[in-house]
Design a protein around this ligand. Structure first.
Ligand SMILES: [Zn+2]
Ligand SMILES: [Zn+2]
Length: 488
């Protein structure tokens, strides 16, 4: 079933905790070979097949991983049988893992390949619907020999170890691409390889109002190759001071300005330029070759959320609890890193400013979670699910979203830090051991040192969203918390 339509290239994605366990097991410093099994969810996308590491089984040296009859070491038949059963039960692909010496290059030995040829046809029979394969790691390289149910045999292209310090491993370093003079100045910081990585990226932006429109501009100018931009709204005249690339005439002020008959104003609002179209205009000006998907809809709809499941990264710049719920689930379920950005000006009852801040909250699969940090409020979720009419009846005067104070510089602080963070980890300029922190910037609070507060977010192992027993790495085996798109 799943394997019939399997697309290339194939990549393996590993959440941070699992990556750490695997690495310390394979490379304890003794220079010897060690073994393990990874059970992985299979996600088919138009950009290739993504294997999401969901279970890790470490083979005990001398018990499960023993001297081989033909090769150097091997997993015991009993260990393999039990792991195949585990994978079958959970609907996962089975990958036998071992390590070799060396650093930046790795490949299977002749003995390794011979053992795959002897063993994998039978394993494919036992694991009825999913691929089986072998993975071999060096400290800084990974290769995979994957056998599909339809008889094909494919190579693993990349392995991504997620985390603050994200690592992308291949069997050998990628060849140096040709330099593009357009990006000469930034290539001097992250190299032509870094620039090529950006050109290969698919990045989602949810919401292209104040912060999102800046993020769109930054990513397009940096040379990110493919943007998916989601926003249901059309531009209004009061957005123009913040939405990058918007023009006064996009908001049709001659129809929508106050004093015009209600009918004309409504018509103007319905004909004003969609924010995603403005974002596309800005992106194309920066990079005419950019692939740009403009989705004038809501990320909380299942079809829209599904179009993000093959992104390399997602920026959440829409401030609704439902959007937070969906993007947070996407991060953990599909192992796609993201960041939530926002800026807020809080007023008290009398209308005086009580607080002004910008926030940047990087979301790392299995590590940082909006749910665990109580940033998804169940009562707000319920409130958002009501129709405007119901909301009026229940006297929610929380229409502050429309009239809340908002300023371009507050958005710019959040957007710049968020994109900076994405950029540095994508082009591998983040130091090893880096722990991702959440940031709050307070431009008017004298008691806040350097105007910034950093915190390491909480995460609960038992969380249904980010925990190993929950969505983490579950892929399409679970439903995202979305609404079903009606076809009418
Ligand atoms: Zn080997
Ligand atoms: Zn959580």
């Amino acid at each position: 079933m799943v394997t019939q339509s399997m697309t290339l290239p194939a990549s393996l994605h590993v959440p941070p905790a699992l990556a750490e366990q695997l690495f310390s097991h394979l490379f304890p410093g003794d220079g010897d070979e060690h073994g393990a099994v990874i059970g992985a969810t299979v996600v088919e996308t138009q950009r290739g097949t993504r294997f999401l590491a969901r279970r890790l089984y470490l083979a005990k040296d001398g018990v499960d991983y023993v001297p081989g009859k033909r090769g150097y070491r091997m997993l015991t038949a009993a260990f393999i049988r039990d792991r195949i059963k585990d994978c079958e039960r959970e609907g996962l692909a089975y990958f036998a893992v071992h390590c070799h010496g060396g650093t930046d290059h790795v490949d299977f030995s002749r003995d390794d390949l011979a053992s795959h040829e002897r063993g994998y046809p039978a394993l494919l029979d036992n694991l009825e619907h999913h691929p089986v394969g072998g993975l071999v790691f060096a400290r800084n390289a990974a290769a995979g020999d994957i056998w599909l149910q339809d008889g094909r045999r494919i190579e693993l292209d990349t392995t991504v170890f997620h985390g603050g310090h994200r690592r992308v491993l291949q069997s050998a370093p990628a060849p140096r691409p040709a330099a593009d003079p357009t990006y000469d100045r930034q290539s001097r910081l992250f190299g032509d390889r870094g620039q090529a990585v950006l050109a290969d990226q698919k990045v989602g932006i949810i919401g292209v109002g104040g912060a999102g429109s800046l993020i769109n501009e930054y990513l397009a100018r940096l040379g990110v190759g493919h943007l998916v931009v989601v926003d249901p709204d059309r531009v209004e005249i009061s957005n123009v001071p913040r939405v990058v690339g918007s023009r006064r005439r996009d908001a049709l002020p001659w129809l929508t300005k106050s004093g015009r008959p209600r009918l004309l104003r409504r018509l103007g609002q319905r004909l004003a330029t969609p924010k995603v179209d403005i974002a596309r205009r800005v992106a194309r000006q920066a990079n005419p070759d950019i692939k740009f998907d403009a989705i004038r809809s809501d990320v909380t709809l299942d079809t829209v959320a599904a179009s993000l499941t093959d992104c390399d990264y997602v920026f959440l710049a829409a401030d609704s609890m439902q959007a937070r719920l969906v993007v947070n689930a996407l991060v953990h379920q599909y192992l796609i890193p993201a960041v939530q950005v926002g800026a807020k000006v809080q007023l008290d009852q009398t209308g005086s400013v009580t607080e002004v801040f910008s926030v940047v909250r990087p979301l790392t699969p299995g590590v940082s979670c909006l749910w665990c940090n109580e940033l998804i409020k169940p009562n707000k979720l319920q409130e958002e699910a009501l129709t405007p009419e119901q909301r009026r009846q229940q006297r929610y005067v929380d229409d502050v979203d429309v009239h809340a104070p908002s300023v371009i510089t507050l958005n710019a602080v959040a957007a710049a830090h968020a994109v900076d963070n994405y950029l540095m980890s994508t082009v591998s300029l983040v130091p090893e051991g880096y722990v991702e922190r959440w940031m709050r910037f307070h431009p008017t609070a004298p008691e806040v040192r350097d105007r910034a507060i950093y915190e390491v977010p909480r995460s609960d192992q038992n969380c249904s969203e980010c925990g190993t027993g929950g969505r983490l790495g579950a892929g399409a085996s679970r439903r995202l918390p979305t609404r079903i798109t009606s076809t009418s």
